[in-house]
Design a protein around this ligand. Structure first.
Ligand code: ZN
Length: 260
């Protein structure tokens, strides 16, 4: 991943330009519900109930199903943290995420798209990773002028890039801007309970007032020590009124009966 190639004069011009545009755009309001400046990156789903689990599955330990919205965010390498926030800088945990060891950092960056459009205050999630990556909703992509590919996190080959701006410096990502594929994190017990394997797909049914929805093809991402948790993005969560949902359940797709 290449770092900044802009010279200081370019950076200053870009920063001034995008800030001016942002200030001008601010008064016209945002077209979609978003949480760009919110500190909590994940929004809790309704409390699980015993009726949430698919009746088609029964073996294994049943864990509560938590559905969270993952708002737009950035993962950074340690090298990029230091370019953006200063030599020797490290991420400062601000809020623990549902999965143990993961956190929303105090740090935010601005994400600048191709026509110098900018999303300010995009939260950085920790800990640092091997590759920097930007996860946006389609609505964000429209705002930025980036055609987002849907990818499982970490699969960034051939994806669009962007410029990240921090208080100390600028990083140009050659690739790594994605719309994360909807997915469910599972531990070994969950794989047994639902009868699925890492890389399989399941459906998520959400019952909510006027917006009951089935989201198909959630990628199963399994690892030891991981809690059962669905990650949707803000577009998906808002579309199905997740905040007011009365029931959520995972449904294992039935194999086609036609034998073709
Ligand atoms: Zn996730």
């Amino acid at each position: 991943m290449a770092t900044a190639t802009l010279n200081p004069a370019d950076v200053e011009r870009v920063v001034r330009d995008v800030l001016n545009r942002h200030l001008a755009a601010r008064s016209s309001g945002s077209p979609a519900k978003s949480s760009s400046g919110d500190i909590p990156v994940l929004r809790s789903a309704p409390a699980p109930s015993t009726s949430m689990l698919s009746p088609t599955v029964s073996a294994g330990k049943r864990n509560p199903l938590v559905v969270n919205i993952s708002a737009r965010h950035v993962h950074l390498t340690q090298e990029h943290v230091e370019i953006l926030f200063g030599n020797g800088a490290t991420l400062t945990p601000e809020k623990d995420l549902y999965q143990d060891g993961y956190f929303a950092a105090k740090e935010t960056v601005a994400v600048v798209g191709p026509r110098r459009r900018m999303l300010p205050n995009v939260r950085v999630l920790g800990p640092c990773r091997e590759d920097s990556q930007v996860e946006l909703a389609f609505t964000d992509g429209i705002s930025l002028g980036i055609d987002l590919p849907v990818r499982v996190s970490g699969n960034v080959k051939g994806t669009p890039g962007c410029v990240l701006m921090g208080p100390h410096g600028v990083v140009e990502l050659k690739h790594g801007v994605i719309r994360a594929m909807r997915h469910v994190h599972m531990g070994p017990d969950d794989l047994t309970y639902y009868g699925v394997a890492n890389g399989d797909y399941v459906h998520l049914r959400i019952e909510s007032p006027g917006c009951t929805t089935v989201l198909e093809d959630l990628a199963v991402r399994a690892a030891k020590g991981i809690k059962l948790e669905v990650h949707l993005d803000t577009d998906e969560g808002n579309a199905c009124n997740l905040e007011n949902a009365s029931k959520v359940e995972l449904v294992k797709p039935e194999p086609c009966q036609c034998k073709h």
